[in-house]
Design a protein around this ligand. Sequence first.
Ligand code: AMP
Ligand code: GLY
Length: 421
Amino acid sequence: MKIMVVGGGGREHAIIKKLKENKDVEVIYALPGNGGIAQDAVCVDIGAKDIDAIVNFAVENKIDYAVVAPDDPLVLGAVDALNKAGIECFGPVANAAIIEGSKVFSKNLMKKYGIPTAKYEVFSDISEALEYVETAPIPTVIKADGLALGKGVIIAETREQAKDALHSMMEDKVFGESGSNVVIEEFLTGPEVSVLAFTDGTTVKPMISSMDHKRAFDGDKGPNTGGMGTVAPNPYYTEAVAAECMEKIFLPTVKAMKAEGREFRGCLYFGLMITPDGPKVIEYNCRFGDPETQVVLPLLESDLLTVMKAVSSGKLDGTEVKFSDKSACCVILASKGYPTKYQSGFELTLPATDSDTEIYVAGAKKDGDKLLSAGGRVLGITAVADDLKSAVAKAYETADKVGFENGFCRRDIGKRALEEA
Ligand code: AMP
Ligand code: GLY
């Protein structure tokens, strides 16, 4: 079979490595992939948002199955366009991807169907929004409606910060049209859990839970990033919490989408907070998380391609999705200065890995025989072990052998999880 994976980060590298375990897979094309993914797939210089070129490539190369991994092409309708051209795909169609593409949509969906989430108001008029934050409880959370590279959420600790955020989103349009509408919501507290779930629109099969580490520096300090590391499973996601999430969040969400005529087939990502009042939805994503995928997929024992095809053909109910009872840790090596200003082009030397360790390449390009850093998040080093403590130790042991002069990582990935466990 010929497979095509749209995207080019660490998440896509992890998906590609897992898909390769299927013996029927002859070749995987990555659009655009990256210099490290090139070890495992044929990289094609087509951007993930160039829908026409993606469809042409798939048709010309007689692709048997496509996986669209990033949010942008999903929201732009890549799966709709590929399906229309006769290409079977993993990922939601655009009218379902809106669950991530519009926070106003997802908040209204949750309100309509009684799915637990933070209380909120929606504003399209800046003077009304400014007036609202004069009396709103502080801290308050301000979210741009549309996609904003994971940066569209501001936790305002003061009224001044809230007003600044509103000016920059709604007036200065720092996130473009994504900030035309904003959601202002209640600040929730509690540990966060990420749950990625396979769903075919009716059946939901959650994957192993995970914990992201979003802030740039140790001790959850510094700016928000795309994610500096992950562990799985997440110790806060107990069996009781999982049962409550299934009953009050996962099944109701999938049912609600279907009832709205927006059947969701793909990976639905639930960003949850375990508040004193029970689990609540912080955000939905219409795709695999990054770097959650880099700890979840190494623990998947079932064949990924088989599961994906069951999802896209509506047959998930009869398909086993089995996870190992081991633990995994992924440590991200990022360029110094990420997530704001950083330089690229530094040589990367990767140590040998064993069967329990993977190096996923998020941002790198080839230069002859050399691999050079290219981007903010550069590598994700994942280790799998019988327990979380060993997985964390092994991930750092491998990360410390990587040659990357301009790199940095957090030293406390998994610390909070280990304390809780
Ligand atoms: P998001 O990009 O939506 O995942 O939000 C980024 C981060 O902001 C989340 O991982 C949370 O840590 C935090 N956050 C978002 N919404 C809230 C909220 N209502 N209360 C507290 N923290 C929040
Ligand atoms: N790690 C969070 C995300 O993928 O959005």
